[in-house]
Write a protein that binds this ligand. Structure first.
Ligand SMILES: *[C@@H]1O[C@H](CO)[C@@H](O)[C@H](O)[C@H]1NC(C)=O
Ligand SMILES: *[C@@H]1O[C@H](CO)[C@@H](O)[C@H](O)[C@H]1NC(C)=O
Ligand SMILES: *[C@@H]1O[C@H](CO)[C@@H](O)[C@H](O)[C@H]1NC(C)=O
Ligand SMILES: *[C@@H]1O[C@H](CO)[C@@H](O)[C@H](O)[C@H]1NC(C)=O
Ligand SMILES: *[C@@H]1O[C@H](CO)[C@@H](O)[C@H](O)[C@H]1NC(C)=O
Ligand SMILES: *[C@@H]1O[C@H](CO)[C@@H](O)[C@H](O)[C@H]1NC(C)=O
Ligand SMILES: *[C@@H]1O[C@H](CO)[C@@H](O)[C@H](O)[C@H]1NC(C)=O
Ligand SMILES: *[C@@H]1O[C@H](CO)[C@@H](O)[C@H](O)[C@H]1NC(C)=O
Ligand SMILES: *[C@@H]1O[C@H](CO)[C@@H](O)[C@H](O)[C@H]1NC(C)=O
Length: 525
């Protein structure tokens, strides 16, 4: 057996496990919001406090209000982002306090409703709650849904009917209410009939973290839950719900572990309550080996191509001697370095959100690569990775889910991150950008380069189609001409088309404005 086929076999054995078929910009992005990026999780990190309550409690409440207008009888409603059209309703009082947290992470394939669902998963784990499986694929509504959020002044029959209509049995209503009231409490500003003399009271005053105190304190009579022991009986909806079956369900929730798993499963059902015609993805667990975007660009001085890429490794052994390399072959198989070229990692860093580390119990290292002397005539046909632990064990090859390597499909129309620019505002949450597209000279004449752009910072999210035009500030280089366009401020991503915006003309899917290498700060206006 030749060494290379031995490596291949080892590689095939070692690369089993959860992975997606690269490229999948969709899975790459969703995985990174859940498991890699600090930005979303940072808002709720360590069960962060806000508005006298916790961010996680606000996020769970928002998801519940968006979901609870589901109609199990006709399969409409559910978690669909319709809450953004419903903030003026009495039943959604205070709900707009946290909506801003969800802006900026969406993509055409990752809806506001998907982020609201992710907020439940990330918020819960940030307060030491259980891991909740996450799926994407929700579709945002374009208008308000029906009324129907359960409210504290409602009687038991109406509350029971509201939960039934949302898909929950009377016993599940009890568990779900207890789980929903693990975090957070009542705000006087929103419920002056419940709280007369204090701005805020937690459902469980003993901890801000996830435990079943809301159950045990109810049963032993020590609860301070304002919806149980409030002075205005009309508003004691938790008491009506908790006692509705003679406390049988509450008594079944006294074991902390059973309570956690009951809550995990009810929260999972909450976020997966979607209109009947919506198909969610499989559960998105962290991928074993994750290859980030590999971006080919034209260097700014050497008439060569440069490619950046990254590889994330889960649960790596602690091994400072490990060498991780990117291996590549060019398009005619006669690389400057012989049969194949090898580039060592340029950097390695520990990454991972709380959902990755605490929720999934995993650690991650991210290796980054930059290959900068690529002959533009030959480009890169495909690449893969070799991991050498330097301990005598065979190298591991990471070669995509099917073992065939990571194939670079597009060489003629590139998102040129070398020339692209982004300016952040010094004074407000705002940014502008110049997106540069490199087009092979032979295809540049009369080329129609269109970008479908996406702005996830303004509600409802905005999609636009823009024409990029030949940009004289960038002279031809490496056999490419440069087109550019400035999308509206706050545009964060785009797809690049050569010609009309139809699937066959798609050349670059999901470029991020933040990949631009030229970063500036806009002077205050
Ligand atoms: C969010 O990130 C910033 C800067 O990285 C950090 O200073 C801050 O403590 C983080 N917030 C939380 C709640 O961890
Ligand atoms: C939080 O509590 C303070 C007083 O402690 C109060 O002035 C403020 O209105 C409360 N905020 C909310 C959102 O309830
Ligand atoms: C939420 O809505 C209320 C009532 O319309 C408004 O007074 C408040 O400023 C809004 N809060 C936020 C954070 O948008
Ligand atoms: C109790 O709450 C109900 C419903 O909000 C309200 O109509 C009633 O006036 C309240 N009673 C008292 C004594 O505050
Ligand atoms: C349910 O538990 C509460 C709190 O301990 C108690 O006040 C109530 O009497 C119980 N109800 C029944 C039917 O046992
Ligand atoms: C390498 O990673 C470290 C740790 O995350 C970071 O501080 C540093 O800026 C990185 N260096 C380069 C060249 O990207
Ligand atoms: C962002 O900045 C641009 C350009 O400076 C300005 O026209 C736009 O109004 C700003 N948008 C927001 C939301 O501040
Ligand atoms: C960024 O700001 C600089 C300096 O004000 C300006 O010359 C440039 O056109 C801006 N670029 C973008 C993409 O906004
Ligand atoms: C883009 O170019 C096409 C074809 O030249 C033209 O029909 C369309 O109006 C242009 N779009 C914009 C936004 O300028």
């Amino acid at each position: 057996m030749r060494v290379s086929s031995l490596l291949l076999l080892t590689g095939a054995l070692m690369t089993h496990g959860k992975t997606f078929h690269w490229p999948s910009p969709e899975m790459d992005w969703i995985d990174s919001v859940l498991y890699e990026q600090p930005f979303f999780e940072n808002i709720t990190a360590n069960c962060a406090a806000r508005d006298n309550t916790t961010v996680a409690a606000q996020w769970i409440r928002l998801a519940f209000h968006d979901m609870s207008t589901y109609n199990v009888d006709d399969g409409t409603g559910g978690l669909d982002g319709s809450v953004i059209y419903e903030f003026d309703r009495a039943e959604n009082i205070g709900m707009n306090r946290s909506i801003g947290d969800f802006l900026g992470f969406s993509a055409p394939f990752f809806s506001l409703a998907d982020i609201i669902a992710a907020g439940v998963v990330i918020g819960t784990v940030s307060c030491d709650g259980p891991k909740i499986p996450y799926r994407a694929g929700r579709i945002d509504a374009t208008s308000s849904g029906p009324l129907g959020v359960p409210q504290p002044q409602e009687d038991l029959a109406l509350l029971t009917e509201r939960f039934r209509k949302a898909g929950f049995t009377p016993s599940e209503m009890i568990s779900f209410t207890a789980c929903g009231h693990v975090l957070g409490g009542v705000t006087q500003q929103d419920f002056p009939e419940v709280l007369k003399d204090r701005p805020f009271v937690f459902f469980n005053e003993k901890t801000r973290l996830f435990d079943n105190g809301v159950v045990t304190q109810y049963l032993d009579g020590s609860t301070t839950n304002p919806l149980v022991v409030g002075v205005n009986e009309t508003m004691n909806s938790d008491l009506r719900i908790f006692s509705s079956d003679g406390n049988a369900t509450m008594q079944s929730l006294t074991s902390p572990n059973d309570f956690r798993s009951t809550c995990a499963s009810l929260f999972e059902r909450m976020i997966n309550t979607v209109p009947r015609n919506v198909a969610l993805t499989d559960v998105i667990d962290p991928f074993d080996f994750k290859v980030g975007t590999a971006r080919l660009s034209v260097t700014d001085d050497t008439n060569k191509l440069v490619m950046t890429a990254s590889l994330r490794i889960l649960n790596p052994k602690d091994n400072p001697n490990r060498e991780v390399s990117l291996v590549w072959v060019d398009r005619d198989g006669t690389s400057p370095c012989g049969e194949k070229c090898t580039s060592p990692a340029t950097n390695v860093s520990q990454i991972g959100t709380t959902l990755l580390t605490k929720g999934h119990g995993k650690t991650a290292l991210q290796y980054t690569f930059m290959v900068d002397n690529i002959d533009p005539a030959k480009s890169i046909a495909k690449f893969w990775f070799e991991i050498d632990e330097k301990d005598g064990s065979p190298k591991t090859e990471v070669k995509n889910d099917d073992g065939s390597g990571y194939v670079v499909e597009e060489h003629d129309v590139l998102y040129d991150v070398t020339r692209s620019k982004i300016n952040f505002s010094a004074t407000q949450a705002n940014f502008t950008s110049l997106i540069v597209i490199a087009v092979k000279d032979e295809y540049a004449q009369d080329a129609q380069i269109r970008l479908q752009t996406f702005n996830p910072f303004l509600l409802p999210f905005r999609t636009s189609v823009l024409n990029a035009t030949l940009d004289p500030q960038f002279p031809k280089a490496a056999g490419y001409s440069f087109f550019s366009v400035s999308p509206e401020p706050l545009t964060n991503s785009f797809d690049v088309y050569y010609g009309d915006v139809v699937p066959n003309n798609l050349r670059q899917k999901f470029g991020l404005v933040f990949e631009a290498k030229n970063v500036g700060v806009l002077p205050p206006s």
